[in-house]
Design a protein. Structure first.
Length: 649
C-alpha cells in the first residue's frame, strides 16, 4: 500500500489567542504538513512577511490592537497577493460583506472550522491559477511592449492576407496609421517595381508553411519608394493549421543607398584608373611622335623658305608640311586628354572669348543650324589657358553640330554658378565652390546612358568611319580636369544634350588683351647652348639658329652640356634644353647651371611634360617653354624674345 504524503502548507496566523490558534493548527494539520507562525500586531505581521514565504494568511476578525480588516489592508498596501481567510467567533452579515469587499478570500466562523480545510484547498488552487494568469499577463504585456516599441515594422494578417495588426513602426515608416490599413491587403504598399511572379512565389512559399525571406521595394503613403528587408512566417494554432501570417520588415533604404553610392564610387574609380592609364600611354606616344614631327615640319618649313615660288616640287613639300601640322594637332589633343601639356593660364573673361570666336564658330556649323548665345552680364573671371578654353568651346560646338543632322539650334550659355553639397552628392568628382559655367546646348538626337558613360574615352565615337577621330570630347575632358574644373553632361535619347563646363572663379581683373603682330623673323646675335638627345631635333635647331646668325654650341647629353657650359661660362647667353633626357632631366640641369650663372636664360622644349618630373619649374615666371613640334620661325622668335628680356629686363 502506497502512502501519499500530505501536501505542505505554510500559514501565517494573525490571532491574539493561542487557544484559537491551536484549534486552527489542529484542523489544518489533519490534511497538510504544516508550518506556521502566530502574530498579533502589524509590526510582527510585516516582519513575518519579510522573513519568510507564506502560502496563506488566516486572521481573526477582532483583536485588541489589530483586526482582520487591518491585516487585509496591510497585505494589499505592501503589494502582497497572498489569499487571506478571516476566522471569527461571531461575525454578522454586515461584517462578512465588509470583509469580502476589503479583499478577504473567505470568512469562517470558529465554531464551524470544518470548512477551513476545503476553503484553504480552494484558495491554494485559485492562487496557483491567479499566479499562472499573472505570469501569462506579464508575458503578454512584455510581448506587447516589445512589438509596440520594436525598431522594425510588424504586420499580422489572417490566412487570406487581410491586415489585422500593424505596430507603430509600420506607421512611422509607411505613413499609414492603423485605421487606414486594418482590413486591407498589404498590396497597398505595392510599388510596381516587383513583378507579379515575385509576389506569387512569396504567397506560395508562406501558404505552404515555409518562411519567406527577401528584399523588396515598396511605396509609402506619400508615394516615396523605400527598400525593406522582409521575413514573413506562418502562424499555426494548436492543431497545426495556419491561421495568420506575420511579417517582420526592416527599412534598409539608407543601407541600399550606401551600397549604391559605393558601387558608383568603385565604377568611377575604375573609369578614372582606365582614363589615367590611357592618358599615360597617349602622353608617352605624343612625346616620341612630337620629336619626329619637329623634324618633319621643321625641315619642310626650311625647304619652303629656300624654294622659289615656281619650283615644281613646292606643292609636294607643302602637302608634307600640311600633313605634319595635322599630325601635330592630333598630338596636342592627346596631350590635352592626358593632361600632360604645359598650360599658360591667364585671368580671362569667358564672355570675351565667346564674342571673339563667334564669327569663326558660325563658320563651323551648317546653314540649317542656328547659333544662339546667352551670356551673363555680370560674369566672373577664371584663370585658364585662353587657347585651351577656345579649344573646349570649338570641340563642344562641333560635337553639337554633328548631333544635328537635320538642323536645329545650338546655344552657348555662360553664367556664374555655385556648386553646393547637393550638387556634389549627385555629381561625384565635383568640388564645392564658386565657378563660371560655360555650356553648349543642342536639341539634337541626344544620347543613351551607355553612350554617356563612354563619351570622354579617347577614340570612342558614334560617327561614321572617317568622320571623326574620337578625340574631341576626350580633349575637352583633359583640359577641364587640368584646369581644375568639372564637366557635366545632361542628355536623353531624342532630348538633345547639354555640356556644362565649370571653371573655378577667381577674384581678379582680366589681363589686358594682347595684340598679336606678325613680324618678319630677323637675324640675331648671341651664343646659344642647345642640349637635345634626339639627333634629328638637335640638327634642326642647330641649323635653324645658325642660319639666323646665332653662335650655336651643341650637346647630346647633360654631361656633355656641363663640360661645354663650364668651358664657356661667361660666353653663353641662353640654354635651349630638352626637358626629358638620359642621365639628368632639364630642370636638374637648369639648377646646376644657375648655381654657376644665376642670370643665365633658359628655354625649355618638350613634346611631353609630366608633373611628377617637372614639379613647378616650368610654371615659374623665370622659365620659358616651347612645345614640340615647333617650326623654325617659332623657335627663332622665342629665342629672340628670351634674349631681348635679358637685354631689357
Amino acid at each position: 500500500m502506497t502512502v501519499v504524503a500530505a501536501p505542505s502548507l505554510r500559514v501565517l496566523i494573525v490571532d491574539d489567542s493561542p487557544l484559537d490558534t491551536d484549534l486552527i493548527v489542529y484542523e489544518l494539520g489533519s490534511s497538510f504538513t504544516l508550518s506556521f507562525l502566530r502574530v498579533d500586531t502589524a509590526e510582527q505581521m510585516l516582519d513575518a512577511l519579510a522573513a519568510s514565504t507564506w502560502d496563506i494568511v488566516i486572521s481573526d476578525y477582532v483583536m485588541p490592537t489589530f483586526s482582520g480588516l487591518d491585516a487585509i489592508a496591510l497585505l494589499r498596501s505592501n503589494g502582497y497577493s497572498l489569499p487571506i481567510i478571516i476566522v471569527s467567533g461571531v461575525i454578522g452579515e454586515h461584517a462578512a460583506v465588509e470583509t469580502m469587499r476589503a479583499g478577504a478570500s473567505d470568512y469562517i466562523v470558529k465554531d464551524n472550522l470544518v470548512r477551513l480545510v476545503p476553503a484553504v484547498r480552494r484558495e491554494l488552487e485559485e492562487s496557483i491559477v491567479r499566479c499562472q494568469k499573472k505570469q501569462a499577463e506579464d508575458e503578454l504585456r512584455k510581448l506587447s511592449h516589445a512589438v509596440t516599441q520594436s525598431p522594425v515594422s510588424i504586420i499580422i494578417t489572417d490566412q487570406n492576407g487581410t491586415i489585422e495588426y500593424v505596430n507603430p513602426k509600420f506607421t512611422q515608416i509607411t505613413g499609414y496609421n492603423a485605421d487606414e490599413v486594418l482590413g486591407k491587403n498589404p498590396r497597398i504598399l505595392k510599388s510596381g517595381e516587383i513583378s507579379d511572379i515575385g509576389y506569387r512565389n512569396l504567397w506560395e512559399t508562406i501558404t505552404s508553411g515555409h518562411e519567406w525571406h527577401g528584399e523588396m521595394i515598396n511605396k509609402k503613403k506619400n508615394g516615396e519608394l523605400f527598400w525593406e528587408k522582409v521575413c514573413i512566417s506562418p502562424i499555426r494554432n494548436s492543431d497545426g493549421v495556419i491561421t495568420h501570417f506575420m511579417g517582420i520588415k526592416e527599412d534598409i533604404s539608407d543601407h541600399r543607398q550606401t551600397e549604391q553610392e559605393h558601387r558608383q564610387a568603385m565604377a568611377q574609380l575604375r573609369q578614372a584608373q582606365k582614363m589615367e592609364a590611357i592618358g599615360q600611354l597617349a602622353g608617352g606616344v605624343a612625346h616620341d611622335f612630337n620629336n619626329l614631327l619637329t623634324i618633319i615640319n621643321g625641315y619642310s618649313t626650311l625647304l619652303l623658305h629656300e624654294m622659289p615660288a615656281d619650283n615644281p616640287f613646292r606643292a609636294e613639300v607643302e602637302q608634307i608640311l600640311k600633313a605634319g601640322e595635322r599630325a601635330a594637332d592630333l598630338t596636342h589633343q592627346l596631350l590635352a586628354f592626358s593632361r600632360r601639356q604645359v598650360l599658360e593660364p591667364k585671368v580671362i573673361s569667358i564672355n570675351y572669348l565667346v564674342r571673339n570666336l563667334e564669327k569663326m564658330l558660325k563658320r563651323l556649323i551648317r546653314e540649317n543650324i542656328v547659333l544662339e548665345t546667352r551670356l551673363s552680364d555680370c560674369l566672373g573671371v577664371v584663370k585658364a589657358d585662353p587657347g585651351q578654353v577656345e579649344q573646349i568651346l570649338m570641340n563642344l560646338l562641333v560635337n553639337a553640330r554633328d548631333a544635328l543632322e537635320d538642323g536645329g539650334v545650338i546655344t552657348i550659355e555662360t553664367a556664374n554658378s555655385v556648386l553646393d553639397r547637393a550638387f556634389i552628392n549627385e555629381n561625384p568628382g565635383a568640388v564645392e565652390g564658386s565657378y563660371v559655367m560655360l555650356a553648349v546646348h543642342d536639341n539634337g538626337v541626344g544620347m543613351t546612358q551607355e553612350t554617356k558613360r563612354k563619351i570622354f574615352e579617347p577614340f570612342f565615337t558614334t560617327k561614321k568611319q572617317g568622320k571623326g577621330t574620337g578625340l574631341g570630347l576626350a580633349t575637352v575632358y583633359g583640359i577641364v580636369k587640368q584646369s581644375g574644373g568639372y564637366i557635366q553632361v545632361v542628355s536623353e535619347p531624342g532630348q538633345g544634350a547639354s555640356f556644362r563646363v565649370y571653371l573655378p572663379q577667381v577674384d581678379s581683373q582680366t589681363d589686358k588683351e594682347e595684340t598679336c603682330v606678325t613680324e618678319e623673323v630677323s637675324t640675331g646675335t648671341g651664343t646659344i647652348l642647345i642640349v637635345e638627345d634626339e639627333a634629328g631635333v638637335l640638327n634642326l635647331a642647330v641649323r635653324t639658329l645658325s642660319r639666323r646668325g646665332y653662335t650655336v654650341l651643341q650637346a647630346t647629353s647633360p654631361s656633355e652640356a656641363s663640360e661645354i657650359f663650364d668651358s664657356n661660362l661667361h660666353l653663353i647667353d641662353l640654354v635651349l634644353s630638352d626637358v626629358i633626357m638620359p642621365e639628368k632631366n632639364g630642370p636638374a640641369l637648369m639648377r646646376e647651371f644657375r648655381e654657376k650663372r644665376p642670370d643665365i636664360k633658359i628655354l625649355f622644349m618638350s613634346g611631353y611634360t609630366d608633373d611628377t618630373i617637372l614639379p613647378q619649374e616650368i610654371t615659374n615666371e623665370r622659365i620659358a617653354f616651347i612645345n614640340k613640334p615647333f617650326t623654325p620661325d617659332v623657335l627663332v622668335g622665342r629665342v629672340r624674345d628670351e634674349l631681348e628680356k635679358r637685354l631689357n629686363p
